[in-house]
Design a protein around this ligand. Sequence first.
Ligand SMILES: Cc1cc2nc3c(=O)[nH]c(=O)nc-3n(C[C@H](O)[C@H](O)[C@H](O)COP(=O)(O)OP(=O)(O)OC[C@H]3O[C@@H](n4cnc5c(N)ncnc54)[C@H](O)[C@@H]3O)c2cc1C
Length: 376
Amino acid sequence: MKSCSDIIVIGGGIIGLAIATELAPVGMTVTLIEKGVFGGEASVAAAGMLAPLKEFTKPGPLLDMGICSLDLYKNWVLELKEATGIDCQLSTAGILTVAMTDMEEEWLQERYQWQKSEGYDIRLLSGKEVQKQEPHLSKMVRQAIYSPHEADINNRLLVEALVIQAKNRHVRLFQNTAVIKLKHTGRKMTGVVTEKGELEANHVIVAAGAWTADILRQVGVNVPVYPVRGQIAAVDSNHLPLSHVVFGKNGYLVPKQDRRIIVGATEDLAGFDRSSTVYGVSKVLTGAMSIVPAISEAPFLQAWAGLRPATADGHPILGPVPNWSGLTLACGHYRNGILLAPITAKLIAEYVSSDETEHMNPFLPNRFSLVSSEEK
Ligand SMILES: Cc1cc2nc3c(=O)[nH]c(=O)nc-3n(C[C@H](O)[C@H](O)[C@H](O)COP(=O)(O)OP(=O)(O)OC[C@H]3O[C@@H](n4cnc5c(N)ncnc54)[C@H](O)[C@@H]3O)c2cc1C
């Protein structure tokens, strides 16, 4: 297996795949190494919402990044469709965020006020107005924010399309190949050791999701990333036409073009265990039924779970590891890695080809002290 490329990307989730496909046309030889199957962890587990206004609770760099990434999506999936023939089923029907209690109405109003004052195109709907748009919503829904520009995508098809695009762009792809060690001379990266052999490169990008900390710990770098399990399920939408993503305090429902409705999701601290539990699945289904009661009659399809890569401050970690040469992080996208994939790929490609970090300033690793206790 011993061979050399300009760049090695560790982790074949949505972030690693997006970065590898973005870097290849810049004229670099890129190798992508995945310990399981491409996308097989958080990236296929996700619900696929592209919803920065629903997700981010205040104005700031993370919201700006999310909006920017959402703007990139239309062209990104169009390009992918042309190159791979895969339609990633981007749906642009918009998102309804609903309130069903006094407290939720207060929360919704506050959200509406700041988002409106920031100039975002959102509308506040009364219970009656929202029932008109979605007749199956619970009669308990009193108010909703309608956000017409937010979207969702079939993230499983997106992973498939990115793998084909990576092949088209001559990225060297390895699946079922775990990186067990980073190779370096002093603080300069020279490659990786995998369970199948060694690979050399001047630059290693670690996009290993919730596992990123494990990989970096061996070289004395302490990355504050940890897994947060999300349990999620799918039901058949056959008898239940739902045209928008509906998000509430008790959960969310995401209608897909393949007739599934995805309902989610828990946030559990369970280490690297990605089992679905009786409690978790029942919580998700109960939450969904409280928002759309008719879903109780829908045929149940499947439940699964994934590990979101969370960080100490809730922001992704992007860019060079301080005091190292050729070691870059692209991790910690927590609940929004599908949304943030295209912008992450652009920022990392910009950095790798020009050393420019200005646009990812708020997300740079140097905001944390990354030195592990052994090194201090
Ligand atoms: C239930 C749930 C719902 C979600 N819903 C949404 C949503 O609606 N919208 C949204 O934007 N985001 C959503 N997310 C979040 C999103 O899934 C993640 O932020 C995103 O998938 C992170 O991508 P990643 O590539 O960093 O991580 P991953 O997809 O986990 O990929 C990391 C990869 O690195 C590999 N790896 C780890 N260690 C090694 C090693 N030593 N060697 C080689 N490879 C290694 C892993 O096998 C894995 O495939 C959701 C997540 C969950 C769990």
